[in-house]
Structure formats: structure tokens, C-alpha cells
Design a protein around this ligand. Structure first.
Ligand code: SAH
Length: 392
């Protein structure tokens, strides 16, 4: 029998609107002592059934798997995973020659909270964010191997750093199926080397695929500055027809990867140069040097309590770009902080523009691609937002 959890009166409201998280502060009573990752059933204060999910001691106490009174057995997970795969197939992402890098399972966005799986040209890299998912990683691997069949050669579990409350679990990064060294993937015809063992997240920022494609509408003949460039995703696209491309990142391994990826696509090309330096320092003196600037910083706020600082950070960064870009310049500016809403981000950029006094227009509003779907009941799933600005 699953452990029963009863919520405080009123705290059931968000759950009745299908929000998939129960915060520890909403809990009135836990009957028994559930272990990390146990399946628990959740009731309202009148003992009416609400949901079933994975338990986790911490701020998010339950990640809801179903709002129906069912037993989430392996068949349940198989069916959810199958849905996720079929959805990618319907998007044309599976067996696609020009894009073989995409997100296969996007946690809450695929009704599988705690589970991320990315596809890199035949290798799946998984990251579990809950002990509940981690505990069934072998079963998930078997399901993925069975459903993906010949499309995959290996499945790697990279949960060591994402599993909370590690005590007693001793998660380690390892292959759970097959084996593979780094692979080269193709994204919209461009090539990238992916090394999931050393890279950030699962190895690549797949979520920028559509925005990188949009970039090519603006790159022709321009002088491009790619701030926070990481693997050089935006730089490689820009190299297609830009006059000059500079990639900036504070990490030496990131600038090395950006160089490697540019060479992979264009050979040695003097139009590209990487700089390993702090972004704010680099941007102290770039007046009239660039007419296309990409600002894709790491999440400035991981928690609500530092939201104010994060918004100041976005304002400061955007101000540096807006005040110094050449007249007629284009800025691609992003925020990937979950706690920063689209409105808040836009206000920060507005404040930055207003401080410079320059005439700024919004040409595009950007988001995450459909393989990172937003669960409408879970606004936090919409983490990536961006603006394309025209600065007169
Ligand atoms: N635009 C990239 C993803 C950027 S991730 C892409 O499309 O793949 C954020 C990057 O910012 C990381 O590579 C990190 O090393 C770098 N970074 C973090 N803080 C920085 C700083 N203060 N100055 C420069 N780079 C920084």
C-alpha cells in the first residue's frame, strides 16, 4: 500500500487544476514514513483522492504521476514513454537526416516529472531529477531500448549531479545499455561534437535549435558577438554567412569546443575567434564593434528568493549590449531561468533599453521548441524566453 498524504485545507486547489507539484508546506499529515522515491497517494482535507506521485523529502515533496487513482506500474511508465516517442515521431524528429539531436522526454512536459532524456544521433542521455525515477532507471532503459529499437546504440545515465538527497543512493554516471564515445550530431545541417561525460547538462543546449535557425535570417555579412557561447551553437550557424564571429565564454573547455565545432563545419576560418573571459568584463568595451549580439547567459535565478538580483543582472547585461551595438544592430537576448516570467524578462530588457535612450523594436519573441513542450498546468515548464531586438 502506498503511503497516504493529506493536504491542508485549501492546498488542494492547485492540484485540482492539475499542477504536478506538491510543496512540503501544503502537507497536513503523512501516514507512515515514506522513503525517498516511494509512490504516495495524496488526499485533500476531506479525504477525497487527489493524485498519486513520487515522494521526495524537500521543497517539492511530491511529483505527481497521475491524477487518477491508479497504480503507476511499469506498464504505466511504458505507456507514457511511448507517448513521448510517438509525439517526437509526429514532429518528424525521429529518423530525420538534417536533425538527429532532440529531447525525447521532457519531464513535466511529457507527464514524466523527474525524467529527462535527450537523443544524440543514436545515443540517449538520461538525467533523473527524482529518486523515484532513478529507482526505476533500469526498467526505463529497457523500455527505451525496446521502443527505440535500431534507432539507438547506447543509453547513458547522467544523474550523479541531478539527484537530490544523494545519501545512500550513490548515483553514478554510467552506460545502462550499449556503449559509445562522443558522437557528432547534425542540427539543421550543421555538425556538433557532443561529449555528454564532460559537457554541461546532457551535453548540448538542444532547446535553442529553432532560435539558432532564426539567427540565420540576420547573419549575412554581419559582425557577430556570441556571448556565453558554450559549444558555439549560435557561432556555427552565424559562420554560414557572417563577416566575423566572436565566441565568448568564461570556461576554457567551452571555448575549445566552440573552436572545434567551427572547424568541424568550416575548417580553419579566420572569421572566427574565441575569447575565454568573463562576459561582463568583455562587454565593457565593445562600442560599435558588432552589429549582431547574442546574449544567452546561464540561469541568473534558480530560486524565487534571488529573483530581484536576477532581473538586475538581465538589465545590466542587456544595457551593455543595447548601448554599444552599432546602429541598425540586432540583439538575440534570452533568459532560461524558470522563475523569471516572460513579462519580467521583457520588463528587464525594457528598463535596459530605456536607460540607453536608444530606439529599440522587438522583431521576434522566442521560446523553446516543441520537443520541449510546456505543460499548460505547469507554467514553470516554460523556462526559455527570448527577444530579437532591432536597435536603431
Ligand atoms: N548559448 C549556448 C548555451 C549557453 S550556456 C548554446 O547555445 O549552447 C551558458 C554558458 O555561459 C556556459 O557555457 C558558461 O560557461 C558560460 N558562463 C557562465 N558565466 C559566465 C560569465 N560570467 N562570463 C562568460 N561566460 C559565462
Amino acid at each position: 500500500m502506498a503511503t497516504k498524504i493529506v493536504l491542508k485545507s485549501g492546498k488542494e486547489q492547485s492540484i485540482r487544476r492539475y499542477h504536478p507539484w506538491i510543496f512540503s508546506g501544503a502537507i497536513k499529515m503523512i501516514y507512515g514514513v515514506p522513503l525517498e522515491g516511494d509512490i504516495v497517494t495524496v488526499f485533500d482535507n476531506n479525504d477525497d483522492f487527489l493524485a498519486v506521485g513520487h515522494y521526495q523529502p524537500g521543497s517539492i515533496a511530491v511529483r505527481i504521476l497521475s491524477f487518477e487513482d491508479i497504480e503507476p506500474d511499469i506498464e504505466f511508465f511504458r505507456s507514457r514513454i511511448k507517448n513521448a516517442i510517438e509525439f517526437r515521431r509526429s514532429l518528424g524528429l525521429i529518423d530525420n537526416k538534417s536533425v538527429n539531436v532532440f529531447r525525447l522526454i521532457h519531464a513535466e512536459g511529457d507527464n514524466l516529472p523527474g525524467l529527462i532524456a535527450d537523443f544524440y544521433n543514436g545515443v540517449i542521455v538520461m538525467q533523473m531529477h527524482s529518486v523515484g525515477m532513478y529507482r526505476i532507471r533500469k526498467e526505463i532503459t529497457e523500455i527505451l531500448a525496446e521502443l527505440m529499437g535500431k534507432s539507438i546504440t547506447a543509453i547513458y545515465d547522467k544523474s550523479e549531479s541531478t539527484i537530490p538527497f544523494k545519501a545512500g543512493i550513490d548515483a553514478k554516471n554510467e552506460f545502462l545499455f550499449g556503449d559509445s564515445g562522443p558522437v557528432v550530431v547534425t542540427e539543421n545541417g550543421f555538425k556538433f561534437k557532443i561529449d555528454w561525460t564532460t559537457g554541461q547538462k546532457t551535453g548540448f543546449f538542444i532547446d535553442q535549435r529553432e532560435n539558432r535557425k532564426l539567427l540565420n535570417d540576420f547573419t549575412k555579412g554581419r559582425s557577430v558577438l556570441n556571448m556565453f557561447g558554450y559549444t558555439g551553437g549560435f557561432s556555427v550557424y552565424a559562420m554560414k554567412d557572417a563577416g566575423l564571429v566572436h565566441s565568448v565564454d568564461s570556461s576554457a573547455s567551452a571555448t575549445a569546443l566552440a573552436d572545434e565545432n567551427v572547424i568541424l563545419n568550416f575548417g580553419e576560418d579566420s572569421r572566427h575567434r574565441s575569447f575565454q573571459v568573463d562576459a561582463f568584463e568583455f562587454m565593457n568595451d565593445i562600442r560599435n564593434k558588432y552589429d549582431l549580439i547574442i546574449l544567452d547567459p546561464p540561469a541568473f535565478a534558480k530560486h524565487n528568493n534571488v529573483l530581484g538580483n536576477a532581473l538586475q543582472g538581465y538589465k545590466r547585461l542587456n544595457m551593455k549590449a543595447i548601448e554599444q551595438i552599432k546602429p541598425g544592430g540586432i540583439i538575440f537576448t534570452f533568459s532560461c531561468s524558470q522563475v523569471v516570467t516572460r513579462e519580467n524578462f521583457r520588463k528587464s530588457v525594457f528598463a535596459a533599453a530605456a536607460n540607453t535612450g536608444r530606439n529599440v523594436r522587438i522583431l521576434h519573441q522566442m521560446s523553446q521548441p516543441p520537443d520541449h513542450p510546456v505543460n499548460i498546468y505547469h507554467p514553470e515548464s516554460e523556462y526559455l524566453k527570448g527577444l530579437v531586438l532591432y536597435v536603431e
